[in-house]
Design a protein. Structure first.
Length: 208
């Protein structure tokens, strides 16, 4: 299952799905992240698996409009058929709670890029980007391996660099938080070169 397919159902339900080259703005990503990061004692420590599962269960119940304990494709919305079919293990045309939660745990594992059992904002931000730019899960284990990370970042930069001028700036970086931009922008010119972009994320992920 590709990352694009894996995440599309989650983003559709969370009303974050976007057209190609139209990533959510960083304010939208922050709102979605804060809605998941509910603990009053660890707001700086990221989204725990327990928080993620509680939010996922609430998401399931909100989407289950006919209260039959399962989600149909009509309840989820257009654009999610491929992920829906892959997640529908018993092929009954519905996602029951266990199927849905299995998908959501797979998404958590994919978004937890540093594998510390928490999703911090920079991971959530980057995962949102990867869901649009794509990621080749070479060994099909549903996780981003170190060997896959650099390649995914290079692909993400090419996706962002719409005008192909070798840098990403302005609207091309509208998804990125101001903090991540400042930390990555070593030349302090307000934009990011390919090297700055890749090194910036590798640094916060502890891969440098």
């Amino acid at each position: 299952m590709t990352l694009r397919l894996l995440v599309s159902l989650s983003l559709a339900l969370a009303a974050l799905s976007s057209a190609a080259r139209a990533l959510p703005a960083t304010s939208e990503i922050r709102r979605a992240y804060d809605a998941l990061n509910t603990s009053v004692t660890d707001l700086d420590e990221g989204i725990s698996l327990a928080e993620w599962e509680a939010a996922s269960l609430a998401l399931f119940r909100d989407a289950d409009r006919d209260l039959d304990g399962a989600l149909t494709l009509a309840e989820i919305g257009d654009g999610s058929a491929s992920t829906f079919n892959l997640s529908d293990g018993n092929r009954d045309g519905r996602l029951d709670e266990s199927e849905f939660m299995r998908l959501r745990r797979a998404i958590f594992n994919s978004a937890d890029l540093d594998r510390d059992q928490r999703i911090r904002f920079f991971e959530y931000e980057l995962f949102t980007l990867f869901s649009e730019s794509g990621w080749a899960d070479a060994n099909r284990n549903g996780r981003m391996e170190p060997s896959e990370l650099s390649s995914a970042l290079y692909s993400a930069f090419r996706y962002l660099d719409v005008d192909r001028d070798g840098s990403a700036r302005g609207a091309e970086l509208a998804y990125m938080s101001a903090e991540q931009l400042r930390a990555s922008d070593r030349s302090q010119d307000g934009g990011l070169s390919l090297e700055e972009f890749v090194r910036g994320y590798l640094f916060v992920l502890g891969a440098l």
